[in-house]
Write a protein that binds this ligand. Structure first.
Ligand SMILES: O=P(O)(O)OC[C@H]1O[C@H](O)[C@H](O)[C@@H](O)[C@@H]1O
Length: 613
């Protein structure tokens, strides 16, 4: 079977070998996947030609977005705008986004400034002005770009130490102090946000079926979730390498995860320090803890790398290397994409093309959501990864001039064709509030492993047909889409994908004049959480005081709020008490009416019958 990749990388011209490609597409669309031995659908299936007629009937609410319908014109648009990065085997098709020539001319002007700002960023400008920081994640994959020799050396030495440490762990040269296995077999990663999402995406995408160490994650302060991970480790806790990741070194959820895991180690009679690794900024609380307690190893994070762009730092590289993933290939893929996205020609810059499409599709204000649809199971977590990269970067209240803009771009999605059985119905026919991004992987299986489950049709052909059919069906109903194609999921292509979207987000941010590299809104949430915990402590102190009386003095919510000197917080006080009661930490007696207003709260022994006598 001719390789599909030949269709994209034919040297002569953009004209792919029509026979195989078009035949597969037409057949798959024509049959609309009528499975063997099942009844035909009641309505005639949408064929390619039928979907065109549907498209002609659709009135376009937004005249600006009159989509091309003529097949020949579409084919030429496809060829005209198809971006190819042949070294990476990565292709970008923006032909199903309806931007006009006038729009492109306008954007080319705006991108000139964006390209300059991005160039300055890579040269070490303070591209994160709100925090007075440089933005240096691109230097991680090309240390020659680092603006100071000391940074170049730091990047190179850290990479070498990551590779050396991973080799020593995998070879058993460094081994756990008391494990029958005689070597580390598991990784327990403790981190949240950018200290988890990158490693999780990379593990799901690239971990081999039988990795030297199998990874699992604690990425929340949910005690049940933590217990579940530790229970699943069981006796293998003794051969588990615990990697605690926190750039700030002070994130509450990560700190709680660490304390919980250290308790599990104590309960199992194990010495955590001999199995603990920290990845954090130098002299952070976590770094100092790891140093003082003598943990196995510590790796640095830098203030010029944000959490959501840290996957090419030790955050993503150490866990990946321990799973046997070729991290130098990841870095190489990212470096090639970085170079490809430095060109100042909009039409030849895939990141700029993405940013332009996002702007067109969502009017530069996030009016439509970005639905990410990788048709490959291993890329399932790409949308979760992009949720942080895109939304934490672009979701900002103010622009760089202090204007209130409430910018953003909402990302969701899981994987195809699975999502076709969940919400694609709404995408096809319902509220038109999105644009789709298909991630296509050409290689279905390693060479020699495929077979026809029907004459001339493989399982992967169905996946291919589902993607193409969904793309056609959405477009026929006026829904725009971008398609990113890679030949296969490899460290190099995953590195390239990550770099592509990091650059696209950065360019988009310059276009809409916001700082993509800080996250003020997150601090508000952290502060509010701390206030709830402070209130809880006051409630407990009031209840403790009342419990010391003889007999115990049960208190109403009003009385508790008054004694906490915050009557306005009575609802939060009720929620705090309800949560503590559910966990057997306070006792609640309810009046006959059952309203929260009538509850009486106490600690210790109390004759409930007398409470409402
Ligand atoms: O790596 P840490 O310092 O623990 O931070 C973990 C996460 O915390 C916050 O949510 C930030 O907004 C994220 O950007 C960051 O990735």
């Amino acid at each position: 079977m001719a390789s599909l990749s030949g269709l994209y990388s034919s040297s002569s011209s953009l004209k792919p070998a029509k026979t195989h490609f078009v035949k597969a597409l037409t057949a798959a669309t024509r049959d609309s996947f009528s499975f063997p031995h099942t009844s035909k659908p009641s309505h005639p299936p949408l064929t390619l030609s039928a979907s065109r007629s549907v498209a002609r009937d659709i009135s376009h609410a937004d005249a600006k977005k009159e989509l091309i319908k003529d097949p020949d014109a579409l084919w030429n648009r496809y060829l005209d705008w198809l971006y190819q990065q042949k070294d990476l085997g990565l292709y970008l098709d923006v032909s199903r986004v309806g931007f006009t020539d006038e729009f492109v001319v306008d954007m080319e002007q705006r991108f000139k400034a964006a390209f300059k700002a991005m160039d300055d960023l890579e040269k070490g400008s303070i591209a994160n002005p709100d925090e007075g920081r440089m933005v240096g994640h691109y230097w991680l994959r090309n240390s020659n770009l680092a603006p100071k020799p000391t940074l170049k050396t730091l990047i190179e030495n850290t990479l070498d130490s990551i590779c050396g440490f991973a080799d020593d762990i995998i070879s058993g040269k460094i081994k756990p102090p008391s494990s029958p296995a005689g070597r580390f077999t598991q990784i327990l990663s403790v981190g949240i946000g950018g200290s988890a999402l990158g490693p999780q995406f990379v593990a799901e995408a690239l971990a081999p079926d039988n990795p030297p160490l199998k990874i699992r994650f604690i990425d929340n302060t949910d005690p049940a979730g933590i217990d579940h991970q530790i229970a699943q480790l069981g006796s293998e806790l003794a051969s588990t390498l615990v990697i605690v990741i926190s750039k700030s070194g002070g994130t509450p959820e990560t700190r709680n995860g660490l304390l919980e895991v250290q308790k599990a180690f104590r309960d199992a009679g194990l010495n955590f320090a001999k199995q603990g690794v920290a990845i954090t900024q130098e002299n952070s609380l976590l770094d100092n803890t790891a140093r003082i307690e003598g943990w196995l190893a510590r790796f640095p994070m830098y203030d010029w790398v944000g959490g959501r762009t840290s996957v090419m730092s030790a955050v993503g590289l150490l866990p990946a290397a321990l799973q046997g993933i070729d991290i130098r290939e990841m870095l190489a893929g990212a470096a090639i994409m970085d170079e490809a996205t430095r060109t100042t020609s909009l039409k030849n810059n895939p990141a700029a093309l993405l940013a332009m499409c996002w702007y067109w599709a969502s009017d530069g204000v996030g009016s439509k959501d970005m639905v990410i649809l990788p048709y490959k199971d291993s890329l399932l977590l790409f949308s979760r990864y992009l949720q942080q990269l895109v939304m934490e970067s672009l979701g900002k209240e103010f622009d760089l001039d202090g204007n209130t803009v409430n910018q953003g771009l909402t990302v969701y999605g899981n994987k195809g064709s699975t999502d076709q059985h969940a919400y694609i119905q709404q995408l096809r026919e319902g509220v038109h509030n999105f644009f789709a991004t298909f991630i296509e992987v050409q290689r279905d299986r390693p060479p020699g492993h495929d077979w026809d489950l029907e004459p001339g049709v493989t399982c992967g052909d169905y996946l291919f047909g589902m993607l193409q059919g969904t793309r056609s069906a959405l477009y026929a109903n006026g829904r725009e889409s971008i398609s990113v194609t890679i030949e296969e999921v490899t460290p190099r292509s995953v590195g390239a994908l990550i770099a592509l979207y990091e650059r696209a987000v950065g360019l988009y941010a310059f276009i809409v004049n916001i700082n993509a590299y800080h996250q003020p809104g997150v601090e508000a949430g952290k502060k509010a959480a701390a206030e709830v915990l402070a209130l809880q402590k006051r409630v407990l102190s009031v209840l403790n005081e009342a419990s010391c009386k003889d007999p115990v003095e049960p208190l109403t919510l009003d009385e508790i709020a008054d004694r906490c000197h915050c009557p306005e917080e009575i609802e939060m006080i009720y929620k705090i008490i309800a949560h503590m009661s559910a966990n057997d930490r306070v006792l609640i007696a309810e009046g006959s009416c059952g309203s929260p207003r009538s509850v009486k709260v106490y600690l210790g022994e109390c004759n409930v019958d007398d409470l409402y006598a």
